[in-house]
Structures are given as structure tokens and as C-alpha cells.
Ligand binder design. Structure first.
Ligand code: PHE
Length: 462
């Protein structure tokens, strides 16, 4: 028998850890970029609707699966399906998806770390040339940073759920909130900042299209760390006396607030840099934004606060992104670790080494797929164009499998595990939820239109 399962020490500890997972590069960069390009306030509105009407019930379902079973995703599906062979598949998907997403997310985080160090060294100017990024991601230093990053993540994980994950979140998340606010307040005092705020918050409904709506949905789903087994795993570390609906709401709200606030940092900065900017010309990709565009914007602050001031600002921003990515990575890597412990009876330490060894190899493969190794750079040909190993992981796991996993969670919880059992788990620690409007909504939505929407997104990307 393994030792009793470790739990988060407090409700706020759980909320911060789950918010640490949810708040990531998606909030700080992908969301502001998507909002800018897709109708500002109109996108915000659609996004918020998706978060609270669609994603929040899915989060409750994932948390309930974990807490009911006290298990990793594979174990949770196995136990609640009575060992059904078919229902083993979503369990395995909820293991491989986070495993692979972690790999590609790790590579981007490595670049963030590298840029942060360069800014500290006083090299902000060199980061603003396009050639620099290409040279940096193809240099051997990325492997050095990869090792450093893995040491940090696994260092946190090795201390366990309460002393590692929870403590890191309790320290880093408040720091992140405060730093984000300070940066926003500073940026808002810059010239033309209000143009950015206007652009960001005034809705332009003409930009809303089917594609934009589906982008908002995918973004909301990813941002809340759904479909990756994370909330199932974190649910298994929740105490019975804590409210699942209440905690899930707090996590969703925190995540959304951070995303919206990040827009108040990025947009005013862009408009301060160039008040006439054509927002359609901005890159769609977060990586393009972080590594090619933002350094230029930050450097331009030197006109008013000097080179050192601009460097401090840039370093603070990259540090923020790094912290957000770190707490997300911790959560996602905990999933395979939990599986190896629960399903294979491994100790935490052995599980950490095993996962780290395989992930290191795959991450090196991803990092080498930008030119260092030709066969990884042109790994497959999809829809007539060459895709790298990195692209493939992103397309398969992020774009496609994520909504599929969400769909499977809904169907499993309502039709296999059954509504009444799900309800009972939600009532545990939250007696007020029984019979409430929220409960009726969650029950109805999870069994009907939420899986339908996720199915549409899945078909669309396939
Ligand atoms: N919620 C994260 C984000 O917005 C997504 C994520 C979670 C990515 C966990 C990796 C690991 O960036």
C-alpha cells in the first residue's frame, strides 16, 4: 500500500495552485494578441461567456473526477467506469496530452528564460533584431537553459504537493499579481497609452466571425488548463470539505482577470510605441509577439525612462511570463508523475526521474526542430506544407486533442459515471449547491450543448 495521498493544505492553497496552472503564457500574451486582432471588447465578451458558461462546468467535472477517486486521470477513468476497456482511452489521452504539451511549452519557456537572462546582462538592444531570435533558438545555449528549467520544475515537484506545488504557488502567484499591476499602472501613464485602452476595450462587433468565436473558445479552454488531466489530478489533491464549484469559480475568475489585465499592459505599450499602428499587421503567434515584437516596444521606453529603465521594465515582463509558465509547467508535469505513482506504485522521486528523462529527450527534439536538425525541422508534410516536430506536437495535442479530451470528460461524467454521482461529489463540501440554479445549469449544459460545441471545434480542426 502506498502512503496516504497528499492533499493541498488549504482551500486558498488549492485555488492559487490551480490558478498558477491556469495563468500562463496564454493569459499574458496569447489572450491580449487575440483580443487585439479580433474586435477588442467584443472578443473579451465572447471569451468571458465561454469561460463561465462552457469552461467552468468542465472544470467542475474534471475536479470532481479527481476528488471522487483520489487518483490520476488514468486511474480515475478506470475506477469510475468499472474497468471498461473503452473508457481507458480517455484516461490515456489525459496522460499523453499533458505530457506532450509540456514538452512544447517547455521549449518556449526556455526561450523566455534565455531572453530574461540577456536583458539582465544589459543586452536588450540586441534582442530587438529579428536575426537574434533565429540565432538564439538555434544555439547550444538553449540546452543549458532547458536543463536549468527542468531542475527548477523538478525541484519544486520533488518537494511534494503541499511543500512544493502549493508553497511555490503561494509565493509566486501573489508576486505575479502585484508585478502585473505595477507594470500596468506604469504603462498607463505613458503617452498615447489611452489609445491602446480604447482600442482594447471598445467592442468592434464587425470583427466577430465564426473563426473568431471558435478561437475564443479554444483560447478559454486552454487558458483554464482543461482537457490536460491537470484539473483531474489537482482535484485528487483537494480536500472533501472544500467546495468544488466555489473553488472552480475562483480559479476561473482569477484566470480571466489576469488575462484581461494583461491586455491593459500589452495594448497601451503597443500604442505608446506607435499610435498609428495597424493592428492587423501584428503577428498572430504568441512567440512572434514575445520574441520579435515586445523587445522593440520595451526598448522604445528608453526615450522616457532611459536604457536602464527600459531594461528593468522588459526584465520585469519576461520574469512575469517566466513565473506564469513555471507554475503551469509544474501542474502539467505533475500529471504523468501522479500516474506513475498511482498506477505503477513508483515513489515520487523515481516518477520524477522517469518523466524528466523522457521529456528531456523530446524537448531536445522540439528545440532542434528550428533548423538544427533537418529531419526534425521537416518532420512531416501536412496539408501540403512541411511541419517541424515542434509544429506537429502543437497541432496534434493543442489544437486537436484538447477539445476531444474535454468532450470525453463531459460524456463520461454525465452518461457513464452518471449525473447523480457527479452531483453528490459537487455537494460534498458545498451543501448550498444542491438544487441551485447553477447546479441545474451545470448538469444540463454538460450533458447537451457543451459536448456539442467541443465536438464542433474538434471536427473543425481535424
Ligand atoms: N493555462 C496555461 C496558459 O494559459 C496553459 C497551460 C497549462 C500550458 C499548463 C501548459 C501547462 O498558458
Amino acid at each position: 500500500m502506498s502512503a496516504a495521498r497528499e492533499h493541498f493544505g488549504s482551500r486558498i492553497g488549492f485555488i492559487l495552485a490551480a490558478a498558477g496552472s491556469a495563468v500562463g503564457i496564454g493569459n499574458l500574451v496569447a489572450f491580449p494578441v487575440a483580443a487585439t486582432k479580433s474586435g477588442g471588447g467584443a472578443f473579451l465578451l465572447v471569451y468571458a461567456l465561454f469561460v463561465f458558461l462552457i469552461c467552468l462546468p468542465v472544470m467542475m467535472a474534471e475536479l470532481a473526477l479527481g476528488r471522487k477517486t483520489d487518483k490520476d486521470p488514468v486511474g480515475a477513468y478506470r475506477q469510475l467506469s468499472g474497468g471498461s476497456k473503452l473508457w481507458r482511452i480517455p484516461g490515456w489521452l489525459a496522460l499523453f496530452t499533458p505530457f506532450m504539451i509540456a514538452v512544447f511549452y517547455m521549449v518556449v519557456t526556455v526561450w523566455v528564460l534565455g531572453y530574461l537572462v540577456e536583458i539582465f546582462k544589459g543586452n536588450l538592444t540586441s534582442l530587438t533584431t529579428e536575426a537574434y531570435f533565429g540565432a538564439f533558438i538555434n544555439s547550444k545555449t538553449v540546452f543549458f537553459y532547458l536543463i536549468a528549467l527542468m531542475l527548477i520544475i523538478n525541484g519544486v515537484l520533488s518537494m511534494g504537493v503541499k511543500d512544493g506545488i502549493e508553497r511555490a504557488a503561494k509565493t509566486l502567484m501573489p508576486l505575479l499579481f502585484v508585478m502585473l499591476l505595477v507594470l500596468v499602472l506604469f504603462v498607463l501613464t505613458r503617452e498615447n497609452a489611452m489609445l491602446g485602452v480604447q482600442y482594447y476595450l471598445i467592442p468592434d462587433f464587425s470583427k466577430l466571425s465564426g473563426e473568431v468565436v471558435s478561437k475564443a473558445m479554444a483560447q478559454a479552454f486552454f487558458s483554464l488548463s482543461l482537457g490536460m488531466g491537470i484539473m483531474i489530478t489537482y482535484g485528487s489533491y483537494m480536500k472533501k470539505r472544500d467546495s468544488i464549484p466555489g473553488s472552480a469559480k475562483a480559479v476561473a475568475l482569477t484566470d480571466t482577470m489576469v488575462a484581461i489585465t494583461a491586455g491593459l499592459l500589452i495594448l497601451p505599450s503597443i500604442f505608446h510605441f506607435n499610435p498609428q499602428i495597424d493592428t492587423a499587421s501584428l503577428s498572430d503567434s504568441s512567440a512572434g509577439m514575445i520574441f520579435l515584437f515586445l523587445p522593440k516596444i520595451f526598448l522604445s521606453l528608453q526615450d522616457s525612462i532611459g536604457y536602464t529603465g527600459a531594461s528593468v521594465f522588459a526584465a520585469a515582463f519576461f520574469f512575469l511570463v517566466f513565473v506564469a509558465a513555471l507554475t503551469s509547467l509544474v501542474s502539467i508535469i505533475e500529471v504523468p508523475i501522479a500516474t506513475l505513482r498511482d498506477e505503477r506504485g513508483m515513489s515520487r522521486k523515481t516518477a520524477i526521474y522517469t518523466v524528466a528523462a523522457v521529456q528531456f529527450v523530446l524537448a531536445v527534439g522540439c528545440a532542434m526542430s528550428f533548423g538544427m536538425a533537418d529531419w526534425l525541422t521537416q518532420f512531416v508534410s501536412l496539408a501540403g506544407s512541411d511541419k517541424s516536430f515542434f509544429d506537429l506536437v502543437e497541432i496534434v495535442f493543442y489544437d486537436t486533442i484538447l477539445p476531444l479530451n474535454g468532450l470525453l470528460v463531459c460524456i463520461f461524467v454525465i452518461y457513464k459515471w452518471k449525473r447523480a454521482n457527479f452531483d453528490q461529489e459537487l455537494h460534498e463540501g458545498d451543501s448550498g449547491f444542491a438544487g441551485s440554479f447553477s447546479q441545474k445549469y451545470v448538469n444540463f449544459a454538460l450533458g447537451t450543448f457543451i459536448p456539442a460545441i467541443l465536438l464542433l471545434i474538434f471536427i473543425n480542426t481535424v
